[in-house]
Design a protein around this ligand. Structure first.
Ligand SMILES: [Zn+2]
Length: 255
């Protein structure tokens, strides 16, 4: 039976403009530059363990155990400054899974609070959008050195006139997991639809930082394309009201 378990891997301390860019007038305020330490907010960092059909996999991986040992060394100065992790070793996805099977890790995108934990699963197949990997390599300031030592496989996107941005992929070839390419928060952000018997969950990553993002149309700080993001938030809001939609899961909801 289809099941999604939310795994919270601690917290991240970020500028209040990360979930909501209207909090600061300067559009790069999410970098935390020129802001006092006290102005940071504490945001949960979540990933998801999914079992559907005969698959068992993670969507994103939250923070790695390495942030507990030495966050600055793991993330580099810039990423640690902009999104300081707060986590106990027992809160890593690897620890919380307690040896449950993981066939692969599907990435919604490659920001550090999603990809860091992949370093605890380096023997697994890690899958992301090629667009995201290439974008991350061109954006050293946003992605830092967090991808160093990781190898990815790419989602095989096809043209799909029904998909929100015209590209989708049937990840396992059996209709249980559909990936949609969404150039919104980053160039290769992905939404995953997890399906069984016509019912589905949407795992939206940071397309929708929290529930209020799509309910009220709140844009996050880091953006690749603001118009696409607004279009995507409206799309998620519509899906959240669909009777076949069992839930919309995002990475940073306080709950
Ligand atoms: Zn995030």
């Amino acid at each position: 039976m289809m099941k999604i378990e939310t795994i919270q891997t601690g917290w991240t301390l970020v500028s209040s403009s990360v979930p909501d860019r209207s909090k600061h007038r300067w559009k790069k305020a999410y970098s935390r530059l020129f802001q006092s330490k006290n102005s940071r907010i504490k945001v949960p960092v979540k990933c998801f363990y999914v079992t559907v059909a005969d698959h068992a996999f993670l969507i994103d991986a939250g923070w790695s155990e390495q942030v507990v040992d030495n966050a600055k060394r793991h993330l580099g100065f810039g990423l640690n400054f902009a999104s300081e992790p707060v986590m106990l070793k027992t809160e890593s996805a690897n620890h919380q899974l307690k040896g449950k099977p993981v066939d692969c890790i599907l990435m919604t995108h490659l920001d550090c609070d999603h990809v860091s934990g992949v370093h605890d699963f380096t023997e697994k197949k890690i899958i992301c959008a090629r667009e995201e990997y290439e974008y991350a390599h061109k954006n050293g300031i946003r992605y830092g050195k967090i991808l160093k030592g990781l190898t990815f496989e790419y989602i095989d996107f096809r043209a799909d006139t029904q998909a929100i941005f015209g590209k989708s992929s049937d990840v396992f070839g059996d209709g249980s997991v559909i990936a949609y390419l969404t150039p919104t928060h980053s160039a290769g952000s992905v939404i995953y639809k997890i399906m069984e018997n016509g019912k589905y969950y949407l795992v939206v990553g940071d397309n929708g930082y929290m529930k209020a993002s799509w309910e009220k149309g709140i844009l996050p700080g880091p953006l690749y394309n603001a118009d696409n993001m607004m279009k995507c938030l409206k799309w998620i809001k519509g899906k959240s009201k669909d009777k076949n939609c069992l839930g919309v899961l995002c990475a940073h909801e306080h709950m």
